[in-house]
Design a protein around this ligand. Structure first.
Ligand code: IPM
Ligand code: MG
Length: 368
């Protein structure tokens, strides 16, 4: 079999800093585990705009379609705030998601034991938390037409359209049920069927997919506002949550913060299988470009490193190696080695981005 290919799009802000550590990890797997990857780099977001005047060059888009997986750092920054909407760094990311048809966005929210004190919630509510949000990523109000700012009756009106087809709901529901079977076998579907027709259809289709093919999985439904409330009231009631693009954006940030730091959370965006059987895939940390700490070697590379662990698991069928990497990150935390985002007021000295990388590599070595 050919060496699997990775396209690294480090992007903006802390993206390149955290991705540099991921690259060391990738090299480690090639050297020590005989898992070599063919890695190429390209630009996305503001970095692509600076070089090419567009947040994603067509050549980069074409490369992304050809590789086995894309690793993305982060996009955006204050320098690009005043750009036209179509040129904003975020459009590069949205184009990748849409054109690769990465409809299932997996956002695990796991509370690492060593970090339970960092949550804004009481420790017993979050310790041991392990939930997976499956966010629909290619449709809904992010992409629905009509959209735009128009003039009507002498004033401007901003329009976005929440739109879901049955097949779009069906496929993301299947992803959620399949994942649940490999976890605690529970899915909670969230929408606003009380006020939105798209929510009524969502609930109907999820119910039908469940009855037809996944009756062994426990399914419940919740209005998304109640879901937000339940996430902070009693998050451990959930296993897999499946929801649309916009609710998923919001609920996943909420779930993420339960765990104490956005700097720890990875994500996978998966599409249909390619010819080689691997899903179209992009992996990215949930945190953004963090302009406030860019260039200071303060960023926590863990989320980006854990995103590569998800790539090992979901693209390359290397669940054991993914677990090795996840365990290495956990061991580092258990030893009290922390980047600045994980320091308590009275805490000791924070390590730098590359020192965190060193510590994770040392744990990987120790795992052999
Ligand atoms: C996310 C981000 C993106 C989104 C932005 C950067 C476009 O918030 O991945 O959650 O809204 O989807
Ligand atoms: Mg978001």
């Amino acid at each position: 079999m050919n060496t699997p290919s990775l396209l690294v799009l480090a992007g903006d802000g802390i993206g390149p800093e955290v991705m540099a550590e991921v690259k060391r990890i990738i090299t480690w797997f090639g050297d020590k585990r005989d898992l070599a990857f063919d890695v190429s780099d390209d630009l996305v977001g503001g970095a692509a705009y600076d070089a090419h005047g567009t947040p994603l060059h067509d050549d980069t888009m074409a490369k992304a379609q050809e590789v086995d997986a894309v690793l993305l750092g982060a996009v955006g920054g204050p320098a690009y705030d005043d750009l036209d909407f179509s040129l904003k760094p975020e459009r590069g990311l949205l184009r990748l998601r849409k054109e690769m048809d990465l409809f299932a966005n997996l956002r695990p929210a796991q509370c690492f034991d060593a970090l339970a004190d960092f949550s804004s919630l009481k420790k017993d509510i979050v310790s041991g938390l392990d939930i997976m949000i499956v966010r629909e990523l290619t449709s809904g109000s992010y992409f629905g037409e009509p959209r735009g700012i128009f003039v009507e009756n002498g004033e401007r009106v901003g329009i976005n359209t929440q739109r879901y087809t049955e097949s779009e709901i069906d496929r993301v529901a299947r992803s959620a049920f399949e994942l649940a079977r490999r976890r605690n076998n529970k899915v909670c579907s969230m929408e606003k069927a009380n006020v939105m027709e798209s929510g009524v259809l969502w609930r109907e289709v999820v119910t039908a997919v469940h009855a037809a093919d996944y009756p062994d999985v426990e399914l419940s439904h919740m209005y998304a506002d109640n879901g937000a409330m339940q996430l902070v009231r009693n998050p451990k009631q959930f296993d897999v949550i499946v929801t649309d693009n916009l609710f998923g954006d919001i609920l996943s940030d909420c779930a993420a913060m339960l765990t104490g730091s956005l700097g720890m959370l990875p994500s996978a965006s998966l599409g249909a299988p390619m010819e080689n059987g691997r899903p179209k895939a992009m992996y990215e940390p949930v945190h953004g470009s963090a302009p406030d700490i860019t260039g200071q070697s303060k960023a926590n590379p863990s989320a980006c490193i854990l995103s590569f662990a998800m790539a090992l698991r979901y693209s390359f069928d290397q669940g054991d190696e993914a677990a090795r990497l996840e365990n290495a990150v956990q061991s580092v935390l258990a030893k009290g080695i922390r980047t600045a985002d994980l320091m308590q007021a009275d805490g000791g000295k924070a390590v730098s981005t590359s020192e965190m990388g060193d510590a994770i590599l040392a744990e990987l070595d120790a795992s052999l």
